[in-house]
Write a protein that binds this ligand. Structure first.
Ligand code: AKG
Length: 310
């Protein structure tokens, strides 16, 4: 039987000589030295190039609120991102596709826990398949995608590990998913801590504590729009735990809030305390799909590690 790697790679007709990959790795290693702890608008943004030696307390600072945004450049080279996106667009059958609710004009390669039925048997089976497919997909471009993400996150969190959140028995949640936001696509403003109230989150709620953080790695930016927009509003400002539901009357009036659009170029990773910070994905403009890898994460109750889910 033909190895799936060969199948994927030949299907994609990947025209990546080792030379080209090596060149792009070197480029990403050279990177652009960025070392900023800047206050932009109402936010403290910590920005680093991945090869500049990442601050080991970055995620601690997000959790304690002394920083609002951690931005790491060069997690993947821009050439590799472009090649991955080309492959994802040309061969949509490589991964299972699930759709966001219709008006959002967005989809996942993989499954999102938010949108999953509370019966998770199929979800956990799909997560296992996705893990293998992701590994094989990355190998076509010379990267172990999940391992790369884990390495960067671990460095930002005093060496604490990051792994797919446990389910029942030996099962695991999706560590991450690909997301595509088509032209006109968006995600309305929300807080991510709301998730812990959903039945499909029962294993996450059992295994984790504290606020939900999320990371987003841009693989392809939209032509315009499509940026992560952070609002000057924390769930705690609303008095007590804010639980996002469909009661529109309780939703904050966005027009009265200051906001900041975070520019995350292809290959860069942004991490925010999305559980508490009101945020949205602004509508994608132009004709190109915005592609990302995105996950949620929280501290394991057992300490010293973090659990992620897509
Ligand atoms: O894609 C992004 O930049 C943010 C995604 C997001 O807000 C979410 O999944 O909750």
């Amino acid at each position: 039987m033909q190895d799936i790697n060969e199948t994927i790679c030949s299907k994609l007709r990947i025209d990546w000589s080792l030379d080209k990959l090596q060149r792009s790795r070197n480029l990403s290693r050279i990177g652009l030295w960025m070392d900023m702890d800047e206050v932009a608008n109402f936010l403290t943004i910590l920005r680093k190039s991945h090869d500049a030696g990442l601050p080991e307390n970055a995620l601690e600072r997000l959790r304690d609120g002394s920083a609002d945004v951690v931005l790491v450049d060069g997690v993947f080279s821009q050439d590799i991102c472009a090649a991955m996106v080309d492959a994802l667009e040309k061969t949509p059958t490589l991964f299972e596709v699930t759709e966001f609710p219709g008006p959002f004009r967005s989809f996942f390669y993989g499954r999102n826990l938010n949108l999953n039925d509370p019966d998770l048997d199929d979800y956990f089976n799909a997560a296992k398949r996705f893990e293998t497919d992701l590994l094989r997909f990355g190998a076509c471009f010379g990267v172990d995608i999940a391992a790369r993400l884990v390495a960067v996150l671990t460095e930002l969190d005093r060496g604490h590990t990051f792994e797919a959140a446990p389910g029942p028995g030996f099962s695991r949640h999706f560590f991450t998913t690909f997301r595509g936001h088509r032209p006109g696509g968006y995600i309305p403003a929300h807080f991510d801590n709301e998730q812990s109230f959903r039945p499909s989150y029962r294993y996450i709620a059992e295994a984790t504590e504290g606020d939900i953080l999320s990371f987003v790695v841009t693989l392809a930016e939209a032509e315009a729009g499509g940026m992560l927009e952070l609002y000057d509003l924390l769930a705690s400002d609303l008095g007590g735990e804010h639980r996002n539901d469909d009661d529109l009357a309780r939703k904050p009036d966005l027009s009265k809030l200051k906001s900041h659009l975070v520019h995350v170029p292809a290959g860069s990773m942004v991490i925010v305390r999305s559980g508490r910070r009101l945020h949205r994905v602004a509508p994608v403009e132009g004709s190109r799909t915005r592609w990302t890898l995105c996950s949620f994460m929280a501290c394991a109750k057992t300490g010293g590690r973090n659990f992620c889910w897509g």
